[in-house]
Design a protein around this ligand. Structure first.
Ligand code: PGA
Length: 237
């Protein structure tokens, strides 16, 4: 199997540069993408040797009068290779829609960075296929999907300690792959990751049983021992 990708989404944590450096060091392994808050990117990049660095967001323009925003050009200069785009927390708390997300992906690709597009049903009971398809197709638009990593993150599983059943996640992965294959040339080549309450006990099953090509890990990526176990379990497959 190709080396699975483990993306560590630290969200707005930790509080200090020192803590950030310590956590980063413990996740410094090939295949891991550490996504710290903007404020810690430089220090984390200087600290690690094997892990790649990603950002959790960026703006849809390269420069200009956009107070408070961060350009993908700046991220590239800092040594980032990946940018998470359209995380459900950005959609929910910052009103990001598929149109803006598509613009962000476009500018990220133009900079030669790899976007990680987050998609997922917004409610548990609806089956959520429409949400997933819409977010995928409108987010990717007419861009080359094989250059984009897709992260499937069902909203009910994010930060809740209620991970999605592996069988259920596999069904959604098959659905996503079908939408990709139907709508894009070489669509099936895009990597699809799972995210949502990943921990050391369930991490490898999403890859081994459900066939995801990696994981997006939130809360557990800040816990040094837990993250080490996740890395160990995934890379000993
Ligand atoms: P979680 O977060 O692992 O804490 O559920 C995942 C994410 O939001 O990317």
């Amino acid at each position: 199997m190709e080396n699975p990708l483990i993306v560590a989404n630290w969200k707005m944590n930790p509080q200090t540069t020192e803590e950030a450096k310590t956590i980063a060091l413990s996740s410094d392994r090939k295949g891991v993408v550490i996504c710290p808050p903007f404020a810690f990117i430089k220090s984390v990049k200087e600290r690690v040797k094997k892990a790649e660095i990603g950002a959790q967001n960026c703006f849809s323009e390269k420069k200009g009068a956009f107070t408070g925003e961060t350009s993908p050009v700046m991220l590239k200069k800092l040594g980032c290779r990946y940018v998470i785009i359209g995380h459900s927390e950005r959609r929910e708390y910052f009103g990001e829609n598929n149109n803006l997300i598509n613009k962000k992906i476009k500018v990220v690709l133009k900079e030669g960075l790899t976007p990680i597009l987050c998609i997922g049903e917004m409610k548990k009971d609806t089956g959520g296929m429409d949400d997933i398809k819409e977010q995928l197709v409108e987010g990717v638009g007419d861009l080359q999907v094989k250059k984009i990593i897709i992260a499937y993150e069902p909203i009910f599983a994010i930060g809740t300690n209620l991970p999605c059943d592996v069988e259920e996640a596999e069904k959604k992965k098959v659905f996503i792959k079908n939408v990709l294959a139907k709508n894009y040339s070489k669509g099936e080549q895009a990597a699809v990751l799972y995210g949502g309450s990943v921990n050391s006990k369930n991490a490898s099953s999403y890859i081994k049983k459900a066939g995801f090509q990696g994981l997006l890990v939130g809360g557990a990526s800040l816990k040094i021992k837990e993250m080490k176990k996740i890395i160990e379990n995934v890379y000993s497959l």
